[in-house]
Design a protein around this ligand. Sequence first.
Ligand SMILES: [Zn+2]
Length: 288
Amino acid sequence: MLGKYRWKPKERGKKKTCFWEKCLNFDLACICVVAFLLVSGMGKGEAVWQAFVSAIHVQEGTQRDTSHSQSTLSLQGGESQEAVGLPKNGDSQGTGQTSEGNTEKKKVAITFDDGPHPQYTPEMLAALKERNVKATFFLLGEEVEKYPEIVKQIQEEGHLIGNHSYKHEQLSKLTMDQACAQVTRTNELIYGITGIYPSYLRPPFGDWHKELDCKMNMVEVLWDVDTLDWSIQNHAKIVEKTLNDVQENDIILMHDGYETSVTAAMEIIDTLQKQGYEFVTVDEMIFD
Ligand SMILES: [Zn+2]
């Protein structure tokens, strides 16, 4: 069903450029505008010339971001920019539609590694249920063996179960057969309890064994926000770090083996829900 797909931390700040933006970044800009006007029947006399001149100005403007000079040409260019579908000057401030119109909720995924834990996983599950939040749990095979009833509970409560290897070893330091065994043994254990083979794999330490690619038909899932909850173990600091770092469509990494992780996760969830975020499982995040 699934192809090989790796979810890696996103490169931030990269913006897609549309055709017109690309077009305007080259000398072809003027030709583009004139051709458009001619084809659309607007290309007569002065109108064409004004559009032509304003296109030159827009092109210059994009090349010199720091220039604030507002010549008369730029004012004349206003109409033509709109006519050919160029962004207007105020657009960067006034995108209101998505933020105010809230047509769709912002998504975020919260994930818990290294479980199940006999005490904190059930606590986490109860708190998630109270908030009607679905999460993703990347389980360790050796813990699955010890606490199968918690694995069953995770499934029954609608969360997604992923594979986090058997013993939390660094896969790249193992032979391919050993690395495969870490994954397949855990898959079999989870299947034995839930009746479903996990499709998602989070390698311990985010360290992939490159030769597993051709052996495993699983999706590798890393993360965008590392809460460092296992190391910090301080409620306020975990919450602060996470809320500072998180953005829309992020995957948050936590661990369900600590009291502070449970309480911090709940404050993070409560805060982000108030900010309009919707919590989804990683499959929804990746394939929607
Ligand atoms: Zn781990």
